[in-house]
Design a protein around this ligand. Structure first.
Ligand code: SF4
Ligand code: SF4
Length: 206
């Protein structure tokens, strides 16, 4: 897969207004159980005037996908377009992926009074899962498969300010670059952003 065509999310935090539209759209479209948040909006420096930044976070579909490297039952698979998916039938709910993921993406539905953990759930970039495409079973386990219908993920589709971008990495990088040039500030090289491309850069490794 070319680095330029790999599908990526990017949240332009200069445009994020903390409305939570993306997160609510995700919850509703995929009929997620209470307690499972595939997408969240977080605010940094809350209350500090001029320094508050809100951004939308979900699975970043990392190129290095450390979640997949630690999974003891190898339930992850990476599609040709770069979307990182997993098979809930194989997942044993151990939680290792959550410890490996720097974005807190893996979610675990709990059931019963002692909160027994079920199979991991996370953002699929609206690409479903390993079940038959657009089958009832696929929807029950993974939610909508919009990518198979040529639609963009519902979070980005619902973002009213177009802060949340999704698409081929070269196109997303160009859109962001054009915005930075027009407003005169922002991250000059999107590849230096902490949420772009890979989860752990060499300098971050032990
Ligand atoms: S490490 Fe986290 S953000 Fe990266 S692909 Fe895995 S679950 Fe997604
Ligand atoms: S919780 Fe599931 S997906 Fe995560 S590491 Fe364990 S078996 Fe793999």
């Amino acid at each position: 897969m070319s680095d330029l065509t790999r599908l990526k999310f990017y949240c332009d935090d200069d445009r994020c207004i903390d409305c939570n539209g993306c997160a609510v759209a995700c919850d509703e479209a995929h009929e997620l159980p209470i307690g499972v948040r595939r997408r969240r909006v977080i605010t940094l420096n809350e209350g500090i005037q001029g320094k508050e930044i809100s951004t939308s976070i979900a699975c970043m579909h990392c190129e290095d996908a450390p979640c997949s490297l630690v999974c003891p039952v190898n339930c992850f698979y990476i599609r040709n377009d770069g979307i990182v998916l997993h098979d809930k039938e194989i997942c044993i709910g151990c939680g290792y992926c959550l410890y490996a993921c720097p974005f807190g993406a893996p979610q675990f539905p709990k059931s019963g009074v002692f909160g027994v953990k079920g199979s991991m759930d996370k953002c699929t970039m609206c690409a479903g899962g390993p079940e038959a495409t657009n089958s009832e079973h696929e929807f029950e386990e993974y939610g909508q498969n919009r990518i198979s219908e040529g639609k963009v993920p519902v979070c980005a589709a619902m973002c009213s300010t177009k802060a949340l971008l999704v698409g081929e990495s070269a196109i997303i990088a160009q859109i962001y670059q054009d915005r930075v040039n027009a407003r005169g500030y922002g991250i000059k090289d999107i590849k230096q952003s902490p949420t772009w491309k890979i989860a752990y850069y060499t300098k971050d490794r032990l």
